[in-house]
Design a protein around this ligand. Structure first.
Ligand code: 5AD
Length: 332
């Protein structure tokens, strides 16, 4: 599919898109059958040095209460997850330089010691040398969404950095041998089906192993609080096209999609997504990881949440898999 074909596919109505949806679903089933990989997500710090105009964790948001988990706390949550059967963990935070490369390296090494599990880091932009070091410590994967492949829009939304730097990081991560994830938001101001086609062609060009595609949700604690939210339909179409461009990629149902409309999570699995994330940290901390407004249900144990997730996937004809869930081309 070239840029123009991708763009016109994005402009189809959902009815007009149905043939592509079926194709995406078939491609996904061919690679993954009815299996959906579950990742245990630990958002371990909401401190962030960045100024992303859409994100509630931005450094300018002084009203947000900040938290940081120490290595021991993170390991404890991972241990509970491990006991429950999780073998794939995503360690995510704002860009928090409190954690040095050595700190993060120690965390990864301790987590992997005598345990067969996969670690995905999602900690933002760091020097290549840090990425190299963390890979050597045992990190398997890295998530760093490119957010928007139009460099003008990107640079406007990210005054602290640049699209060029973002790409540099993604290329470094791939070269260093990480299973690399990118992704982007749907519904940013000034975005169009033309720029979305660029987003999709970029993940194809980079041959990323994962891509998280989710709608933008306005957050009142940011300068973009009165912007309109992104379209779920457009998100579904973009996920299906991502599946066609990258048949073996890990494509998660993004949390933001479910926040706008719970039913969309199931839809997304019918449009080629094959991964779901389950937060593992205590709910008090989930509330503070406030990228955008969302409802959080209190008082459930990790075990209950896991059972509910399995039951939900079963009810939509899928099988929850808690293995490492490596990309099919990955050699251990
Ligand atoms: N709406 C949707 N997604 C958001 N993110 C941050 N803020 C928002 C928002 N308001 C996503 C971005 C980023 C990750 C930290 O969360 O894609 O990569």
């Amino acid at each position: 599919m070239d840029d123009r074909t991708v763009q016109s596919a994005l402009e189809e109505s959902l009815e007009g898109f149905e043939a592509l949806r079926r194709e995406a679903q078939a491609v996904c089933e061919k690679t993954f059958g009815d299996e959906v990989y579950v990742r245990g997500l630990i958002e371990f710090s909401n401190y962030c040095r960045c100024s992303c105009k859409y994100c509630g964790l931005r450094v300018e948001n002084s009203e947000l209460k900040r938290y940081r988990l120490e290595k021991e706390d993170i390991l404890e949550i991972m241990e509970e997850g491990y006991q429950e059967g999780y073998r794939s963990f995503v360690l995510q935070s704002g860009e928090d330089t409190y954690y040095t490369a050595e700190d993060l390296g120690e965390l990864v090494r301790a987590a992997k010691k005598e345990r067969d599990l996969a670690i995905t880091l999602s900690i933002g932009e760091r020097p290549r040398e840090t990425y190299r070091y963390l890979k050597a410590c045992g990190a398997d994967r890295f998530l760093l969404k490119h957010e928007c492949a139009d460099s003008v829009i990107y640079d406007e939304l990210h005054p602290h950095s640049s699209f060029e730097e973002r790409l540099r990081c993604l290329v470094d991560l791939k070269e260093l041998g990480y299973q690399t994830g990118s992704g982007f938001m749907i519904g940013l101001p000034k975005q169009s089906t033309k720029t979305l086609a660029k987003d999709l062609k970029l993940i194809e060009k980079l041959q990323v192993h994962m891509a998280g595609i989710g709608p933008f949700i306005p957050n009142e604690m940011t300068p973009m609080g009165t912007c309109e939210k992104g379209s779920c339909e457009m998100t579904l179409k973009a996920v299906a096209i991502a599946r066609l461009l990258l048949p073996e990629a890990m494509l998660p149902v993004t949390t933001s999609l479910g926040v706008i409309d719970g039913g969309m999570r199931e839809q997304c699995l019918n449009y080629g997504a094959n991964v779901v994330m389950q937060k593992l940290q205590p709910t008090a901390l989930r509330k503070l990881y406030a990228l955008y407004p969302k409802e959080i249900i209190d008082g459930k144990s990790m075990r209950e949440e896991k059972r509910e997730l399995e039951a939900w996937l079963k009810s939509v004809g899928k099988k929850a898999v808690f293995d490492r869930g490596d990309h099919p081309t990955y050699q251990k």
